[in-house]
Design a protein around this ligand. Structure first.
Ligand code: ADP
Ligand code: MG
Length: 468
């Protein structure tokens, strides 16, 4: 076990044996210091050793493995040298984008995403042109292996991101098959929030003397205000949820439910009550899941109602509150959920709705806290005048995307220069293959909409719609 003395040393990225291009791209991303998990894992990973790294969501694990994947690449050798497995398509998407950003100064690096929920054919076509790094979900990667469209025989580094979650989702056999299909002489990295038995089993079978790195407590208790509320019956949960939202008025809230059905029910009821909410679960079509995450992240929707699996690892900044509509089954999962609020020095808020049936789980959670649980009292709530928060932004969807060679700058330029909007009224811009999404401040959205409807983007007329 690596001790945490290292934590107090401020080691900078430039002291690591990294390619100059990577040092420069880190600087351009404004990463000044390494995060604790990066500080502890990168020196080991860069020595080509195997590692099992445990750290909470948002601790910077992607860059830890992304940098070492890129550092070890032989660019002139056009074969798959790095493979990252992630539990969901959203995560695979996020991870490949993060690696692309790190690789921005290394020309000619090809990274391919292989996730389920989309057709095999285009993936097969891009694989035929070769790639250096594959990021994908276990099921789909295995499918390509079986159809012989993916060759893993040259893999040097294999990463399991959110390993525990992939195992929870039943990917044990798929992962075993994939690990067995890659060369024995390779580096294997496991990143995980918890360290269950199945991971130990996999590491025994597939790793060489792995070093274990655990970073600190999984979250900083001091940075999160945690409150528990009790209702006598399950059927009273929704009305408590409503009171909590009206009382605390969080700008953005992630609500956790234990079942997919519950996420849909809660979302429907919230919308019916006039809240801006959207569900995220594995039963939804992939396009709808992508859009849900996009709208929540760009702040045009204030509440995301998700299962643990669907929300796992999503890098969503500025989350004001986490609400457990259903209490997690397991202490680790609880900690993981609430650790998503209160990042980057902001104080977080974690609210849990409980029923008498949760007594045992509550004890388990309390055992792991440094102080007793604080029970909230809704009688103190004053919200006779409280309004439902309206999200600050509205998303416009344009029917032009990467295939039309649209870049964020084109949209930003059209809206600021041509339509005359101030830069600070324009939020996140996301561009997918066929569409572009831009978040506009609610007060200026009509102006932007009018302009886009009548004007042109890169010389072309574009169809635009508001998403709500
Ligand atoms: P994890 O995989 O541990 O959940 P991520 O890798 O998604 O976390 O990182 C969370 C956020 O922290 C990302 O937005 C990333 O850009 C940012 N980040 C990563 N490393 C650093 C760093 N050294 N300094 C500042 N921000 C960082
Ligand atoms: Mg991650």
């Amino acid at each position: 076990m690596i001790q945490s003395e290292l934590l107090h040393q401020q080691l900078s990225f430039s002291q690591l044996p990294l390619r100059q291009e990577l040092i420069k791209s880190i600087a351009s991303l404004n990463y000044e210091n390494m995060t604790p998990i990066q500080m502890q894992s990168l020196p080991i990973i860069l020595k080509n050793e195997d590692i099992i790294a445990q750290a909470k969501t948002g601790s910077g694990k992607t860059a830890a493995f992304g940098l070492s994947l890129l550092n070890n690449l032989k660019i002139s050798f056009f074969a798959v040298q790095g493979l990252v497995l992630c539990p969901t398509r959203e995560l695979a998407e996020q991870v490949s984008q993060a690696i692309r950003r790190l690789a921005c100064l290394m020309p000619n690096i090809k990274i391919i995403n292989l996730s389920g929920g989309i057709p095999m054919k285009p993936q097969q076509d891009s694989l035929r042109h070769g790639a250096h790094i594959i990021v994908g979900t276990p099921g789909r990667v295995l499918k390509h292996l079986k159809s012989a469209t993916l060759d893993l025989t040259q893999v040097k580094t294999l990463v399991l991101d959110e390993a525990d979650r992939m195992l929870d989702m039943g990917f044990f056999d798929d992962i075993t098959s994939i690990l067995s299909a890659s060369p024995k002489q390779r580096q294997t990295l496991f990143f995980s929030a918890t360290y269950p038995e199945e991971i130990k089993q996999l590491s025994k079978q597939f790793m060489m003397n792995p070093k274990e790195v655990v970073v600190g407590t999984p979250y900083d208790e001091i940075d999160i205000e945690q409150r528990f509320y009790e209702v006598t019956k399950h059927t009273h949960k929704f009305s408590l949820l409503k009171s909590l939202l009206l009382h605390y008025q969080p700008v953005s809230t992630l609500i956790f439910c234990n079942t997919k059905q519950q996420t849909t029910d809660v979302t429907d009821q919230l919308i019916h009550e006039g809240f801006s909410a959207i569900a995220l679960n594995g039963d939804m079509e992939q396009v709808d899941r992508d859009l849900a995450v996009l709208r929540f992240a760009n702040q045009s929707c204030s509440i995301l109602v998700a299962t643990d699996v669907a929300a796992r690892g999503l890098d969503i900044k500025e989350l004001s509150a986490v609400i457990n509509f259903d209490l997690a089954f397991d202490h680790d999962v609880h900690i993981h959920r609430i650790g998503r609020t209160g990042r980057a020095g902001n104080k977080g808020l974690a609210l849990s709705i409980t029923t008498p049936a949760d007594a045992q789980r509550i004890c388990a959670i309390e055992d792991n806290l440094s102080c007793p649980i604080i029970w909230g009292n809704t009688n103190e709530f004053e919200h006779s005048h409280a309004t439902r928060l309206v999200p600050e932004m509205v998303t416009l969807c344009l029917a032009l995307g990467k295939k039309d060679k649209i870049r964020p700058g084109d949209i930003l330029g059209a809206l600021t220069k041509d339509a005359g909007l101030a830069g600070n009224t324009i939020g996140k811009i996301n561009i997918t293959a066929m569409r572009s999404y831009v978040a506009i401040h609610r007060s200026h959205v009509d102006k932007a909409y009018q302009y886009l409807q009548n004007g042109k983007l890169k010389g072309r007329k574009v169809s635009v719609r508001k998403i709500s």
